[in-house]
Write a protein of this length. Sequence first.
Length: 143
Amino acid sequence: MAAGVTLQTLEEHLPAGTKVLRIMPNLPCIVQSGAVILARGSCVGENEVDLLKKLLSPSGLCEEAPESYIDIHSGLSGSGVAYGAAKMILETGEHPAVLRNAVCTPGGTTIHALHELEKGSLRATVMNAVEAATSRARELGKR
């Protein structure tokens, strides 16, 4: 469970025949609403995959996919938690910034994604949209 560490790398550094499964969860797993993707190494059979799915199922959705999907999952579902996780906010009572920071490892995928969002002024755009909707609602209420 580490971004960028491939099955090939793991299998090269472990004894031959070691059963390796690579997983990538996301933070909503802590409120049983997560998404975990798994990929199997060359020595892993159906029994191991089924066992891992069973062990991870209380965390939320758990699906097997080609290893190439793990990077996509990391960028969208893993890092995406930092862009909005209402259930986690409601259930944990944590401030959104605390949850955002929980998924931002220094030099990781999420912090890089957030950097791009900030460069594109996403926060300001969302604030402007909320203000515009609020203003319009007030206008409509005056009719």
